[in-house]
Design a protein around this ligand. Structure first.
Ligand code: KG4
Ligand code: ZN
Length: 331
């Protein structure tokens, strides 16, 4: 049987990425150009600059991904491209590029839900999910908890009412002078800081709903009152609240839904602090923990390429137009 190869393209936010992946999750190439340096000065993604940078970067990124994979164009089965959720101007660059390449190379082009890509990131490099599974998607755009009975049966049990978890990391990081995106630096500081400040744990006892905007505001109020603070102590105390919230809700959901595995995906799942906490929970509750390797937690095109096979194999071809919002349990 000849091998199958899909080219994935991802431009939903501020990373321009392309990858070639097999249905088994083998990553033949994955190229990503980050725009962090461009957006750092604004403390967040500046959409106009994001789409312009995508225009500059997309063709070299795709070219490199194809060359590194060593797969001749004629052997590519299809192209998969993120069509949302994301910034419309950014999505358009990926979609238009994929459409043009599809025409030039005579390949089918599939529109892929970015969130399905994050869920599929767990299967990159061969890991499998045992169902039913409890899923936590924690990224810069989303904070969603749900139960997956199969890959196609996903029920949302809770989400954030305001800021996403990644947004909270980035905004608190910005308040203490860290560059965007601040998640990684917040983690590094957490390792050396003291959890000496009591920040709140909003909605701790409210089932599976999350809220991070109150936590963020309480950090702001603390900083206004205490101008002499230690950066690392703020980061560590903020992380402590996050850990308390995630631990409580994950424990509760494992007791209620008895999943065989816990799956944690999205950029914030790159956090070693949170990874260690989820490991502890799963050991205590005796269930499997399924985390994507750290490099596949943050946005990448390999997860989009892998998710494309779900669309090909089910014959799901959606319109190639950008979608600002897309439900997590939709195609
Ligand atoms: O999944 P992602 O790359 O993009 C979205 O789809 O939103 O997630 C980006 C988010 C950012 O908010 C970033 O600060 C956060 O993931 N992040 C982290 C870490 N690495 C990235 N948060 C906490 N700890 C990290 N190590
Ligand atoms: Zn993402």
């Amino acid at each position: 049987m000849s091998k199958r190869y899909v080219l994935g393209i991802e431009t939903s936010c501020d990373d321009t990425a392309a990858a070639v992946v097999t249905p088994e999750g083998e990553v033949l190439s994955s190229v990503r150009i980050s725009q962090d340096a461009i957006h750092a000065q604004f403390g967040g993604v500046f959409p106009e600059y994001a789409s312009r940078a995508h225009i500059f970067n997309i063709l070299p990124v795709v070219d490199q991904a194809i060359r590194e994979a060593g797969v001749p164009i004629e052997d590519l089965e299809a192209i998969g491209v993120t069509n949302g959720p994301g910034l419309v101007g950014s999505l358009l660059v990926g979609i238009n590029t994929a459409s043009a390449l599809g025409m030039a190379w005579n390949k089918e082009v599939y529109a892929v839900n970015h969130l399905r890509g994050h869920i599929r990131s767990v299967n990159l490099e061969g890991q499998e999910i045992e169902y039913p599974s409890l899923l936590l998607l924690i990224s810069g755009g989303h904070t969603i908890m749900g139960v997956m009975k199969t890959r196609d049966d996903f029920e949302v049990i809770g989400q954030t009412r305001d800021d996403s978890l990644g947004e909270a990391y980035d905004k608190v990081g910005r308040m203490i002078g860290l560059a965007y995106p601040a998640g990684r630096a917040m983690d590094d500081l957490t390792a050396v800081g003291e959890t000496s400040i009591q920040f709140p744990t909003p909605l701790l006892r409210d089932g599976y709903e999350f809220s991070f905007s109150g936590l963020k505001s309480s950090v702001r109020r603390y900083l206004e009152k205490n101008t002499e603070y230690k950066q690392a102590d703020i980061a560590a105390s903020f992380s402590k609240s996050v850990v308390t919230i995630l631990r409580k809700k994950t424990d509760l959901a494992i007791k209620e839904f008895s999943p065989k595995s816990l799956v944690v995906v999205g950029g914030v799942a790159a956090s070693p602090v949170l990874r260690a906490m989820f490991r502890e929970i799963c050991e205590a509750q005796e269930i499997n923990l399924r985390l994507p390797p750290i490099k596949w937690s943050t946005d990448n095109a390999a997860m989009i390429a892998l998710a494309t096979y779900d669309y090909i194999d089910k014959g799901i071809k959606l319109e190639l137009s950008p979608r600002y919002r897309v439900p997590v349990n939709d195609y």
